[in-house]
Design a protein around this ligand. Structure first.
Ligand SMILES: Nc1nc2c(ncn2[C@@H]2O[C@H](COP(=O)(O)OP(=O)(O)OP(=O)(O)O)[C@@H](O)[C@H]2O)c(=O)[nH]1
Ligand SMILES: [Mg+2]
Ligand SMILES: [Zn+2]
Length: 346
């Protein structure tokens, strides 16, 4: 009896504390909005998010007296997740500006964070430049994971093999094989080296007038390439670790730069791992572009593409229309998704 009373009382107290907390948070937000609007704010105008730092963003003014300048802005609450490349409406303040609205996106590259939540990395992108290097070697299935993300975001990917100055008789065959595998399925594969400037002209002509994001493992040379492509930009770069020969996560936040003749490049932080969000097997299958002509053509509508007779996909693998490596990659990624789901559930 007494025990129940205490419990009820406790429950009431907990609820009260939570209500007070919520009220405090909401008062804080209102106060912040009031403070932000209290001063003399300029007219509403359009801007472009260049970079994102926690609750603040750098916004480039796209019109008006500040046009071309980058202004640090606070964000009104409830604007959702704004990222580099997003178009916004903002108002200039005495010290900082305020982002008051988000404009709709043409596209967004989404990636799961370490908690499996899908987050935007950059918005309004035309091109995803999946950067791999002769060193550090790409980790297993990384390219395929990025390709799936690109295909499912509806953004055109291109594969860039970087640091070609490091090609030797020992590693050339491995790199050539990789290049052929992706060319065979219709992806564009480019080469570059910031060290000896090889391939930079071709890269510039492809990226010109587009909005591109450089993605990939840490240490593959994304920031170095942007420095080489855009004179005047001086991004921090970092040597690989002596022991592990891996990158050291030098870039910590995505940032957008303009090509002088039009188009933008976005540098992004290198990743440690790339978990794919919880997509079902059929959606994952769609992320493998060369599988699509065969999916839906299996004898059984609910074919799992494992032991079933008349499986169009397995027949395509046997006939060489789908490579063993990409087929294995599909299964590898699928099983890692299942593992992930189990760990999150347990
Ligand atoms: N040999 C050679 N080294 C390069 C080249 N490009 C970059 N590097 C070196 O590779 C290392 C990593 O370069 P970064 O540009 O910092 O790599 P990143 O991809 O931006 O790395 P994160 O910011 O950590 O994601 C640095 O020591 C660069 O000097 C290249 O073309 N050839
Ligand atoms: Mg970098
Ligand atoms: Zn099948």
């Amino acid at each position: 009896m007494a025990k129940r009373k205490v419990n009820r009382r406790q429950a009431w107290r907990i609820e009260k504390i939570q209500q007070e907390r919520a009220a405090r948070a909401s008062r804080r937000e209102t106060r912040m909005d009031e403070t932000l609007e209290g001063g003399e704010l300029g007219n509403e105008q359009e801007g472009l998010i260049i970079s994102h730092f926690g609750r603040q963003v750098d916004v480039e003014a796209l019109e008006g007296e500040h046009k071309g300048k980058i202004i640090r802005c606070h964000m009104r609450t409830h604007l959702g997740q704004l990222v580099t490349g997003d178009r916004v409406v903002w108002r200039a303040g005495a010290e900082h500006g305020v982002v008051v609205a988000a404009l709709s996106r043409k596209s967004a590259l989404m990636r799961p964070n370490n908690h499996g939540e899908l987050k935007p990395v950059a918005a309004n992108i035309d091109f995803i430049v999946i950067t791999v290097a002769v060193e550090p070697e790409p980790f297993a299935n990384l390219i395929d994971r990025y390709l799936v993300a690109a295909e499912l975001s509806g953004i055109e990917p291109v594969l860039l093999i970087n640091k070609t100055d490091l090609l030797t008789d020992d590693n050339r065959q491995r790199v050539d094989r990789l290049e052929k595998a992706y060319r065979d399925i219709g992806y564009q594969v480019l080469h570059a080296s910031a060290a000896d400037s090889a391939g930079l002209e071709a890269l510039t002509s492809i990226l010109n007038n587009r909005i591109s994001v450089f993605v990939g493992q840490s240490g593959v040379g994304k920031s170095s390439l942007i420095n080489a492509l855009l004179p005047g930009v001086d991004l921090k770069t970092g040597a690989l670790s002596e022991q592990t020969r891996k990158g050291r996560h030098t870039t910590t936040t995505a940032r957008l730069f303009h090509f002088p003749s039009g188009g933008d490049l976005i540098d992004s932080p290198g990743i440690r791992e790339f978990a794919l969000w919880h997509i079902d097997p059929d959606t994952l299958l769609d992320g493998f572009r060369e599988f699509r002509p065969f999916s839906g053509h299996c004898r059984f509508r609910d074919c799992k593409h494992q032991k079933e007779p008349g499986c169009a996909l397995k027949e395509a693998v046997a006939a060489g229309s789908i490579s063993e490596a990409r087929w294995a990659s599909y299964w590898h990624i699928l099983s890692s998704l299942e593992e992930q789901t189990t760990t999150i559930r347990s």
